[in-house]
Design a protein around this ligand. Structure first.
Ligand code: FE2
Length: 254
């Protein structure tokens, strides 16, 4: 199974601006214990970078995959201890609790990186997922999102959405790895559209979201739950996964 490191290396070293690659390499060095402080981004630096690429995406000046690359690099470079202090994670973890099935969410109060109260170009939320519970498998339309693991760990599976049929989504597996604190994954219409995270221990993520990316999507974005375990194999790596309503999906996967 490819590791998170392998996957991220492939993505970030193919077609990524040198400055972002340097950020990513800094993050890797941090994790390896050979910290080059100049390459690690402060929380303000990372959030500013995520805001910049979110504005560019909204303006049509960046592609969804550019957003994914930039957010994965910026999130991976965040100093988690600094982030925990900035969002008062200990209090948030104590008050958010966990859902009996699926996830509990809490608003994330991020620091005012601009110093003037201006809202960033993305939304942020914290997800709390108890051991054995899941972010159930679902695809998206008209939005991008990034998921930084704050604590605990997940089995993360992702799929490209390669087509749609009445009642089914055609998907191709792309990611199957364990994500632990500091790991980050992203989705868009163009890459890794479907995600499914099963918590291997009590876990939290900080999510960054931009909706309204595709103007034709009613309401700015859409989410569709699916049933990968009940999928038909269509050959050539393509699976036809039935759509699921929320109740059925939570009962089976939550
Ligand atoms: Fe999602």
């Amino acid at each position: 199974m490819p590791t998170a490191t392998d996957s991220r290396r492939r993505r970030l070293l193919t077609g990524l601006a040198p400055a972002l690659a340097a950020v990513w390499l800094g993050a890797r060095a941090t994790r390896a214990g050979a910290l080059d402080a100049a390459l690690r981004l402060s929380v303000t630096g990372s959030l500013t970078r995520i805001d910049q690429v979110s504005r560019a995406l909204r303006a049509g000046e960046a592609r969804p995959t550019d957003w994914q690359d930039a957010v994965e690099a910026a999130a991976a470079a965040i100093d988690l201890d600094e982030l925990f202090r900035a969002i008062d994670f200990e209090r948030l973890r104590a008050t958010a609790g966990y859902a009996e099935v699926g996830v509990a969410t809490a608003p994330a109060r991020l620091p005012d990186v601009f110093g003037d109260g201006r809202r960033p170009a993305y939304y942020a939320k914290v997800f709390a997922v108890g051991k054995g519970r899941a972010v159930i498998p679902h695809g998206h339309a008209g939005m991008v999102s990034g998921h930084l693991v704050l604590d605990g760990g997940f089995r993360l599976r992702q799929y490209d959405r390669v087509g749609d049929e009445p009642g089914r989504m055609l998907i191709r597996p792309t990611v199957d790895r364990v994500e632990t604190a500091g790991g980050c994954s992203t989705i868009s219409d163009d890459r890794d559209n479907v995600h499914w995270l099963v918590a291997e221990s009590d876990a939290h993520t900080l999510d960054f979201l931009v909706t309204g990316v595709a103007p034709e999507t009613p309401g700015g974005y859409a989410v569709q739950n699916i049933d990968p375990a009940g999928a038909e194999d269509r050959g050539d790596g393509v699976l036809a996964a039935p759509h699921l309503d929320v109740e059925t999906a939570l009962a089976k996967y939550g």
